[in-house]
Write a protein that binds this ligand. Sequence first.
Ligand code: ZN
Length: 112
Amino acid sequence: MSRLEQMGKMRERLAKKRDEVFEAHRLSEEERLILSEHDIEPEETAQKAAIADVVATLDEREQKQIQAINRALTRMELGEYGSCEVCGKEIEVERLETIPWTSVCSKHAGTE
Ligand SMILES: [Zn+2]
């Protein structure tokens, strides 16, 4: 599998994982829409406040996960996904398979 195909697969897994977190929390369709628009156009102040309201209803673990997933998706858009934020090296594929939203390599795990 090429790196590009790998990215596409990871993107799907991240989006699915995010849906699962929302599903577990039973957010309304409207809230879900607000959150999914977040990573594309996070500009409007009112929209930001609405997102904060929705995220505030999630528990701490869910919030961290959503934030990590959103960050991973943003990094994907920027073409930075899959490289370690600490050392810049490519994150091991096995590690991405296990934790698709990670932003650091196994050597720097624990600093995230
Ligand atoms: Zn590293």
